[in-house]
Ligand binder design. Structure first.
Ligand code: LLP
Length: 428
């Protein structure tokens, strides 16, 4: 569900025509819908209300301050993975106690930054990392709450680049090692081991892997309790899918129906739940607007060459990810009824939607059935709010795009397009 819809033959973002945004802000531009962001957060909160979780928005999915501010103002916490994301979360007004910090390679300065800020939970991914956190906390005279990220050896059945909960990934500690971990470190006075953390991968299109991994974590919690270690927090991680294709993904209510009954008894006996959704909040809350520069035929192929490419949105070339792409003004008979790979409609032609970057792998879609387009047409790349701008690069020295936030009938630039001077600003 989102607020990007075709009305009277053209795409509108809430109450604003997409063309008006492109005319004012140029292209390529990421456009976010405030109502969609808030709606997604509210739906997750409502679905999981019986276990009253702390919902920590995963800043890596889209760290724009306006996005983070919108969510923090609605009570979200933040899941961060670097000193930079911690800085963003705090700058966006997120109270430190609502911040959780994961990541396999936290540097000493980042750990100190987190301790000084007084964040809610440090998710620890290895024995040497725990020892380092405890050492730095002692030196600073600070205490912090930590959760052990356990690797439950569950296959989330998603792309291998974003599978994290199987054995032999770099993330977390094998669940069998958790007992030894608590015995060795569970009594540290500065780094207090109070929780367990899971994150099995993303996007996870099925609820079963959550059921399996949460089940394992709860069994571990019981076993640890028998040894005298109290696990007060279970962080279930993120990975809930977004609607890349209409109707293909479980909803927040579907995930909750599978997970809530499992954890409810433990919550009644005092367990606190944390969720770390990123894409299920941000993905459908953003589109990427790109202008067709040229249409070119090579052999049997038609290439639609746009001003956005792998530098702007990496997901298609990096993960073979599907993003629905459609003209902002598709012409009569071509308003899409749904976002699907093969829209059932006459007059579509297969086209490769590519960018300006000097790589054959620079594409947004291959052999995509779309209405014929021309130079100057504006295209919308849907479900681009998560891992779009946050993974954009300046490859080929193309300045980073602008970001716009729409709120009802109004919109504003929330990150200005980079200039050529910006490109060299750090180079004396
Ligand atoms: N928590 C942890 C510990 C994570 O590592 C991640 C994502 C999340 C939460 C949020 O997952 P989400 O709810 O957004 O799926 N660049 C890839 C996704 C990489 C995700 C990395 N970790 C993509 O574009 O699909």
């Amino acid at each position: 569900m989102d607020h990007f819809t075709y009305e009277a033959g053209e795409l509108r973002c809430e109450g604003v025509p997409a063309e008006a945004i492109a005319a004012a802000a140029g292209t390529p531009t990421y456009v976010y819908s405030r109502a969609t962001l808030e709606g997604h957060l509210a739906r997750i909160a409502a679905a999981f209300a019986p276990v009253d979780p702390l919902i920590c928005y995963s800043v890596k999915s889209c760290g724009n301050l306006a996005v983070c501010r919108t969510l923090a103002a609605r009570g979200a916490g933040m899941d961060v993975v670097s000193g930079g994301e911690l800085f963003r979360a705090l700058r966006a007004g997120c109270p430190p106690e609502r911040i959780v910090y994961a990541g396999v390679g936290k540097r000493d300065d980042e750990i100190a930054q987190a301790l000084e800020a007084g964040i809610g939970l440090l998710n620890v991914e290895s024995e040497p990392e725990f020892e380092n956190i405890a050492r730095i906390a002692r030196a600073l005279g600070r205490t912090c709450r930590c959760a052990l990220r356990v690797n439950p050896d569950v296959d989330p059945r998603t792309h291998r680049f974003t599978t994290t909960g199987t054995k032999e990934t770099k993330f977390g500690v094998d669940i069998e090692r958790a007992h030894a971990f608590f015995r060795t470190y569970g009594r540290d006075a500065h780094a207090r081991l109070v929780g367990l953390h899971l994150h099995i991968g993303s996007p996870v299109y099925d609820t079963a892997p959550y059921v399996e991994s949460v089940g394992k974590a709860l069994a571990l919690r019981d076993a640890l309790a028998r040894e005298g270690f109290a696990v007060e927090v279970l962080d279930v991680g993120g990975g809930f899918a977004a609607d890349y294709e209409t109707g293909r993904s479980p909803s927040a209510a579907d995930y909750a129906r599978a997970i809530v009954p499992l954890i409810e008894p433990a919550v009644r006996s005092g367990l606190r739940i944390v969720l770390e959704p990123g894409r299920s909040i941000a993905a459908n809350a953003g589109i990427l607007l790109t202008r067709v520069q040229y249409v070119k035929r090579s052999g049997d192929k038609t290439f639609v060459i746009c001003d956005a490419g792998m530098n702007t949105l990496l997901r298609p070339s990096h993960y073979d990810a599907f993003h629905f792409i459609w003209p902002v003004r598709p012409g009569a008979g071509h308003v899409p009824p749904a976002r699907t790979r093969e829209p059932a409609m006459a007059g579509l032609v297969p086209q490769d939607v590519v960018g300006p970057i000097c790589e054959t792998g620079d594409f947004l879609a291959l052999d995509r059935a779309m209405p014929p387009v021309e130079r100057g047409d504006l295209l919308a790349v849907f479900t681009a709010g998560a891992y779009g701008m946050s993974m954009a690069s300046r490859y080929n020295s193309v300045p980073l795009p602008a970001e716009v936030m729409v709120d009802g009938d109004a919109f504003r630039v929330v990150r200005r397009r980079e200039s050529l001077e910006d490109l060299v600003a750090h180079e004396p």
